[in-house]
Design a binder for this molecule. Sequence first.
Ligand code: SF4
Ligand code: SF4
Length: 215
Amino acid sequence: MSEGYSILVDTSKCTACRGCQIACKQWNGLPGTKTKNEGTHQNPMDLSFETYKIVRFAEGAQPDGKLYWNFFSEQCRHCLNPGCMAEAEKDEIIQNKETGAVLFTPKTKTLNFQSAREGCPYDIPRQDPKTKEMFKCTMCFDRITNNMKPACVKSCPTGAMIFDERDKILAAAKVRVDELKKSNPKAQAINADDVRVIYIVTDDPKKYWEFAAGR
Ligand code: SF4
Ligand code: SF4
């Protein structure tokens, strides 16, 4: 399935204000999380069953010794072929045809959580320890089926996130990557053919993901 919608996250425009993180909590009625300073601006340190979006902060040194500090607004990628669904039998996890959103339902409490989490290449699914139900980003299904943008996209003050029909997002990603490549030869749209939440990065994707705080 390749119709439906997509979100483009241009990390080169992200200032790590975390407006998207707060907007996700507010729209979804999720509680704040009690945290402590772990020596990074990343807060909380990971996704959870009540945190569907976090801005990851990754830092390290380039081969020439210069430091990098990258921001990555993490959420479910709404994969075209979702690995998290591998062991779902009926409607524990639904891939909505019109939008492409991958939705966890209350029936996820009957699934093997570890299998679902390990099936996800991006380590996204989380489980409520009490009810055993699984949770993650919904692509703001209730908003996008009522002609509104996802809350995180709407809240972004720099235009780092856009939401649109998938073909338009793929075209926008190509234009932006071509533009960025003039000064950043490593610019790319990560796994654009496989996911609906497409991230543009200007360096090795590992420098946004593997070396993020808490990993
Ligand atoms: S990112 Fe993970 S949880 Fe989200 S649809 Fe893909 S496999 Fe499922
Ligand atoms: S699309 Fe909605 S549910 Fe998903 S991260 Fe953004 S605000 Fe949260």
